[in-house]
Write a protein that binds this ligand. Structure first.
Ligand SMILES: Cc1ncc(COP(=O)(O)O)c(C=O)c1O
Length: 443
């Protein structure tokens, strides 16, 4: 439908854009914060009239499915992340499924095969782990490094076996494991590294962005994340074969790589002879993978393009908000332990995780209850120890060592928000609430 716009349509689109902008401005004016009454979310969409305009403009195109906005977003995102290719999917979970599936693709020289082992932390998000299980790989769980919520890289050597083929590394809550140790380990043993950056866009290690250390990286654009398209995710990589395999898996498993609305990119659409197919069978309908359809709507691409421009500001605000909360809690370090990062890490924090120490004269439930009563939203660190959940009781796996720190996080850690939608007044309310709770405890 797009590409046929005449003068009249352009004029009408301009009117729509102006009307949408007015709605955006009205909403902004109406937003009023009342401490103790207005909910202080842990995360949320941060957008203005420009995202609304982009979404409506893409809808008015009438194309709707993956199209020009998504393709432009993929290119811009790859550029911004410093990777050659990026592939938009309908969620971060889908991106993880595609990235894992791509590493198992028969089109690669040494694909991962069922029974191969993948080392990953037990403190994880379910859909970081699920593709490992869905592809018949065996997860090998290790503990997290105390205070960081992220994989303890020093446990990797002990987790190695003859079947080890990959490390699946979530950069949990925006923090990261020791990437010097992780990458040296992967190189030394010829392992694939998948980085799940769903919580960690903008985080750097030694000045270099996470998502550029491994073979393939993923991220999520769900509303809680660093930038949002509502629902959405991205696979990004420098590896052309991994990219092609992920693209095929996303697009029904087809062999054809034409962009939406385009035909014959390969120049030999009716000239292929693959599998047991008759020569010249239409390349658009030749399947080289057992795939899915995990494409997003084009509206996601349009919104993503606008959000991407704002990402540096979002990162700066996340870091500043984290710093503010850490400073406020510093006098209470004997009771509360904010998450720490390793010396070469500069996290763009997803949230502000705090662990209630064993020495504290109160438990996590008491503090969380107090904050929630003051309308400050809290969350647990995702699944905690994933192995303790009903769905994972019977999965094939190995555990290396004890998961002591993982269990401690599950029992003692929670987080509040640092997202850029928090205003100074909301942060003041958060700080005042922590103080109100802590100051009335006898020392
Ligand atoms: C580390 C991690 N991986 C994967 C996901 C899944 O992303 P999505 O919600 O877009 O499917 C999340 C979601 O919060 C996450 O935190």
């Amino acid at each position: 439908m797009y590409g046929v716009t005449g003068h009249d349509e352009e004029a009408l689109r301009a009117q729509i854009r102006e009307a949408v902008a007015r709605i955006g401005r009205l909403r902004e004016r109406e937003a009023r914060f009342v401490p103790g009454e207005t909910q202080v979310h842990y995360a949320g969409r941060v957008f203005d009239e420009r995202e609304l305009q982009a979404a409506v403009d893409a809808a008015v195109d009438g194309w709707l499915t993956l199209g020009r906005h998504s393709v432009a977003f993929e290119r811009a995102f790859a550029r911004a992340m410093g990777r050659r290719r990026a592939l938009l999917a309908n969620s971060g979970s889908s991106a993880n499924l595609l990235a894992t599936g791509a590493l198992c693709s028969a089109s690669l020289e040494r694909p991962l095969v069922p029974g191969d082992e993948v080392i990953t932390p037990a403190l994880t998000f379910p859909t970081t782990l699920n593709p490992i299980l869905q592809y018949g790989l065996i997860p090998v769980f290790v503990d997290v490094e105390p205070g960081t919520l992220n994989l303890d890289a020093h446990l990797l050597e002990g987790a190695l076996s003859v079947r080890t083929r990959a490390v699946a590394l979530p950069h949990t809550l925006g923090n990261t494991a020791d990437l010097d140790v992780v990458t040296a380990f992967c190189q030394a043993h010829g392992l694939r590294l998948l980085e799940d950056c769903c919580d960690a866009l903008g985080t750097t290690w030694g000045g270099r962005a996470v998502g550029t250390f491994g073979d393939v990286a993923t991220t999520s654009f769900y509303a809680a994340h660093h930038m949002t398209t509502g629902e959405g995710g991205m696979v990004y990589t420098d590896d052309a074969q991994v990219f092609r395999a992920a693209q095929s898996l996303r697009d029904w498993g087809r062999d054809c790589w034409c962009e939406p609305g385009v035909s014959n990119t390969c120049g030999k659409r009716f000239d292929w002879e693959l599998g047991g197919l008759p020569r010249g069978y239409d390349h658009k309908y030749i399947y080289s993978h057992i795939g899915y359809n995990l494409k997003p709507l084009d509206i996601a691409g349009a919104v993503g393009l606008v959000q991407l421009e704002k990402l540096p500001r979002f990162h700066a605000e996340r870091r500043a908000n984290f710093g503010r909360l850490r400073e406020a809690l510093a006098p209470h370090a004997s009771w509360l332990e904010p998450a720490r990062s390793l010396s070469r890490a500069d996290p763009s924090w997803f949230s502000f995780p705090v662990t209630v120490r064993e020495e504290a004269p109160f438990g996590r439930a008491e503090l969380v209850g107090f904050l929630e009563a003051r309308r400050i939203e809290t969350r647990s660190v995702f699944s905690g120890n994933i192995l303790r959940h009903p769905a994972y009781r019977a999965i094939p796996h190995r555990v290396v060592g004890e998961l002591r720190e993982t269990d401690r996080v599950m029992e003692r850690t929670f987080f509040v928000g640092v997202y850029p939608g928090l205003t100074p007044a909301m942060l003041d309310h958060m700080v005042a609430s922590f103080r109100a709770f802590l100051d009335r405890r006898p020392r």
